[in-house]
Structures are given as C-alpha cells and as structure tokens.
Design a binder for this molecule. Sequence first.
Ligand SMILES: [Mg+2]
Length: 347
Amino acid sequence: MCAAVAVECESVPVTLPPGELLELLGWIDIRSKTCKPVLKNAKKMFKSAVFNLQEANADQVQEFLNSFDTVLSDCDGVLWINNTAIPGSPEAMNYFRKMGKRIFFVTNNSTKVRSDFALKAQELGFIAEPEEILSTAYLVAHYLKGIGFTKKVYLVGSNGIGDELKAVGIRHFGVGPDQVKTDFKSMSPSDMDPEVGAVVVGFDEHISYPKFMKAASYLSNEECLFIATNTDERFPKSSSIIIPGTGTLVRAVETCSERKALVLGKPNDYVRKFLESFGFDPARTLMIGDRCNTDIEFGVRCGFQTLLVMTGVTSAKDLEKMRNEKTPPLPDVVLPKLGDILNLTPS
Ligand SMILES: [Mg+2]
C-alpha cells in the first residue's frame, strides 16, 4: 500500500491519502509532486513529464510498452560509448525486437556507412541490419539522390559520407588532409571546380583553414547547396577530454560563408519524412536518446514519445535544471540506463 504523498497544486500544498493517490495517478507527476495530466492520454501517456519509469507500477510499464510499435534509438551514449556497449543496452533493444517492435538506429555520426554501423552493432551484441541504420551519411546521399542532384559535392567530412555518395552515383572530393601552406591565401578562382553544386559538412578530423576557404568560396555561389549532417557540439564524454563535434565545423562554415546550412540529422525532422515511406505512426513511435537538445528535441518535433537515458551527454544535473526552469524539450520518461527497462518488464 502506498503511503500518503504530499503534492502541490497551484502552490497550495495538499496531502492525499493512498486511495486518492492511486485514483489520481493520471493527473500527478509523482516525482515532482506537482499536478500534471501525465497519464491521461494513452498514446502520449507521459508527455514531457520527465517521469522516472522506475517509479511506474507494473500496469503502467506494460501500458507504456504497448503504446509504441516503432523504436528509434540514438547510438553513442545510449547503446554504446566508443567501442563498448553500455551494459544492458543490447538486451533491451533485442527485447523490443522480440516484442515485435520495428527498430531503427538513428545516429548523427557521419563517419561510417550503414553496413559498417550494422557490423559494429552486431559485434556489440545488438541484432541489426544495414537497412535499420539511419546515419547522417546515408541521409545526405538519400537526400541528394532524391532531389535529382547530378553535380559534384565538395565534402568537408569523411569516407562515411563519401562512400554513401558513391553508392548512389554522386561524385565528390575533399576527404582527407588539405594542409595549410605558407601561401594559403593565394587560392585563385581557377583553383575552384566549376562542377561543384553542393558543399556537405560532416565530421572531419582533418579540418583546416584551406577547407574553410574552399567551402565558403563554393558557397559564395548562391545556387550551390549547403548541407550539414548535424550540429552536435561535442561527442559523449568518457573522460574530462572534450572532443568537438560536427556542429563546431558547421558553425564555422556558416560564419565564413554567411549562409545557413540545411541540417539533415537530429533534431531536424528529415528522418521523419524518410520514415513516412515505411507508413509508420509517429504517435506510436518511441525515440530513445541521451541528449535533450538533439534526440529529445527531435522526438518532440516529430510527435514521437521520448525516453532519455542518463548514460551520455545530458546529465542528471542538466536535466534537473531544465526541469526546474521548465526549459523544453523535456523527455516523457527517463531511466538511468536503457538496460534498466528489463528490470521493469515481466521475464
Ligand atoms: Mg548520443
């Protein structure tokens, strides 16, 4: 039997006896002890409630699991960190699949082709097929092919994007080092390739001043497309070392070109448009992520349910601050780690 719980409505403290508490569960966010219609709608049962699933009872967990057919999961910080699976994540994703959920791995990482991502996932214990990987490298190629692009791409990025472009017959160049020379400012218009019709910016460990010059110079032609994979500020941390993310490069190119990129990765809703071809229902889709400003924002924009796990970028402290300040996007439900869901489900 539940003990009485003090809640606060409109700043007026109220103490509820156990029976009433159970009756009112549909209107109370237990964790914050404030009145909210968190469970009223079965399809969006925990909308932006930051509800700790570990505090749900068995019926609520079951109802939650029954409320979605498609699972989209971010990868870094949710399923793995670098080359190590986060304990319990493979079993949780495989459990969703066993329940009959459709699975997609949605990553802003642009450094690998889909088959390499699938292989990595499989090696870490996940059941995964290349067709289930929605990486930004693939999305760039899919987008350009979809609009009938036939010119060349100047690519500030890696072979992950280059190989996906090649797979759909789009020519590109720019991958690899472009060293800074003493006369780096002497580039002339004749050094520019007139066939370039798009600049694509993804993660590029060889970023250099000449690359910024070339990207901005191609983009000075307003007919040249400007596409970015994502705007993540940094990689998930596994130590005190900060690894700048693709957003660092995108903002730099935006600054020197005085243009705004079309961003295809999360939180942009291009993935939703892509998935519409599979006939999925956004309201019955769960997005799992470790970052509020990309994964959860993406889920909210697309009308998905959202689950935040605390194994990546957004920390419990960050979340508490956002929650206290009511700063969106707030996740529907939270768990310390994805694998914890297995402890809540019938074995
Ligand atoms: Mg992540």
